[in-house]
Design a protein around this ligand. Structure first.
Ligand SMILES: NC(=O)C1=CN([C@@H]2O[C@H](COP(=O)(O)OP(=O)(O)OC[C@H]3O[C@@H](n4cnc5c(N)ncnc54)[C@H](OP(=O)(O)O)[C@@H]3O)[C@@H](O)[C@H]2O)C=CC1
Ligand SMILES: CC(=O)N[C@@H](CCC(=O)OP(=O)(O)O)C(=O)O
Length: 344
């Protein structure tokens, strides 16, 4: 099957190219750009010089003739304008941006501070948290890929919500991300001399993934309350760690909670629940599509701590996008994604 990538000059785009290199069924036929049409992609990324990929302009009619599915790795505010014409042209789409994740347009406009997507197209999008909405994704032609922090947080919280064992008003999430999470464009947040040997907290109580996480939690519980969620920039290239705290409704044992996690994820190829009392580091997943989870219950405070790590560019973006495309196209979920993390 031929696939295309819009936004191939960005980090999500080049990560798609890296991962798809070994995919058994998807072939990257075309790459599209809004600013570098006619140029070799290797001008921006010399590590891809062997690929001989020339960037094409974005024309839905032409795209329809060229590929079976498109990955839109474009910024929020851009995807909402671009994707409707792709959908109308009958192209299958996986969008990596935040534009189609929130079902309520006004909520999007409040948190992203941009004009939201047309409501008709919002309703066509399937939220692509692969492990939890697999059937919907299999039946969808248009998947909205989750945010990177949201993926790590939701995979860590889902079993607790589904089992109804935590007080929904007690959730606190502390997120930390590597710098590639901010994309390739320059910003003061990611400027080397300000980011290196520094630990930055940003978007406190204002992060755009807060409503996305709350919206998804409400699929699993009718009692969802606002969460506290803070994000930090760590001077490393890849990786996200979310440390999640919540109060357990009734006294129980770590053993019991650990069993709930292993039960929910036993058939999931990409979620690895750690042995009781052991916790994952970001390097345990970097380069791969894994989400590793560690759990501890503190009987003194009746609070549970869940640590969830992913590679922001793989499970947090391009890897999960391929996982979703596999499901949409009736392929094995892990096609092209059987990758051992890079260590050290
Ligand atoms: N980086 C990460 O870890 C994650 C990113 N995401 C999301 O994935 C998307 C891509 O992120 P990322 O690759 O990091 O971002 P980058 O900034 O690295 O790349 C975005 C690309 O979008 C293209 N673009 C910009 N403006 C337009 C436009 N008007 N029309 C069409 N294309 C445009 C640009 O390519 P060109 O100029 O060639 O058109 C650019 O290379 C974003 O929505 C981001 O929020 C989601 C999860 C994690
Ligand atoms: C380190 C860093 O800046 N990370 C980005 C996450 C990127 C992302 O997933 O944002 P979307 O919702 O637009 O897809 C951020 O915190 O905004």
């Amino acid at each position: 099957m031929n696939v295309g990538i819009i936004g191939a000059t960005g980090y999500g785009g080049v990560e798609l190219i890296r991962l798809l290199e070994n995919h058994p069924a998807f072939h990257v036929k075309e790459v599209y750009s809004s600013s570098q049409e006619g140029e070799e992609l290797s001008n921006s990324y010399p590590h891809l010089v062997h690929k001989n990929l020339v960037l094409k302009s974005i024309d839905p009619i032409e795209i329809k003739k060229e590929v079976d599915l498109v990955f839109a790795s474009t910024p929020s505010g851009v995807s909402s304008k671009l994707i409707p014409s792709l959908i109308d042209a009958g192209i299958k789409v996986v969008d990596l941006s935040g534009d189609f994740r929130l079902k309520d347009k006004s909520l999007y406009e409040k948190w992203y501070k941009k004009e939201g997507a047309d409501a008709d197209y919002l309703s066509k999008a399937t939220y692509g948290l692969s492990e939890w909405f697999q059937e919907d994704i299999q039946n969808s032609d248009f998947v909205s890929n989750p945010g990177c922090y949201s993926t790590a947080t939701l995979l860590g919280l889902a079993p607790l919500m589904v089992e109804g064992i935590i007080d929904e008003s007690s959730i606190i999430v502390d997120g930390k991300s590597g710098v590639s999470g901010a994309g390739r464009s320059h910003s003061p947040l990611t400027h080397f001399s300000e980011m290196n040997e520094n630990l930055k907290i940003y978007k406190v109580n204002e992060h755009q993934h807060i409503p996305e996480i709350e919206q998804t939690l409400s699929c699993w519980s009718g009692q969802v309350k606002p969460i506290t969620f803070s994000t930090h920039l760590v001077p490393m290239t890849r990786g996200i760690m979310t440390t999640i705290y919540a109060t357990i409704k009734e006294d129980c044992e770590t053993e019991h909670i650990h069993k709930k996690f292993t039960k929910h994820y036993e058939d999931c190829k990409f979620v690895r629940v750690r042995e009781k009392g052991t916790f994952p580091f970001t390097k345990d997943v970097v380069g791969s599509n894994y989400c590793d989870i560690g759990i501890s219950y503190d009987e003194r405070t009746r609070r549970i701590t869940v640590v969830s790590v992913i590679d922001n560019l793989v499970k947090g973006a391009s890897g999960q996008a391929i996982q979703n495309a596999n499901l949409m196209m009736g392929l094995e979920e892990d096609a092209g994604l059987k990758i051992v993390p890079i260590y050290p």
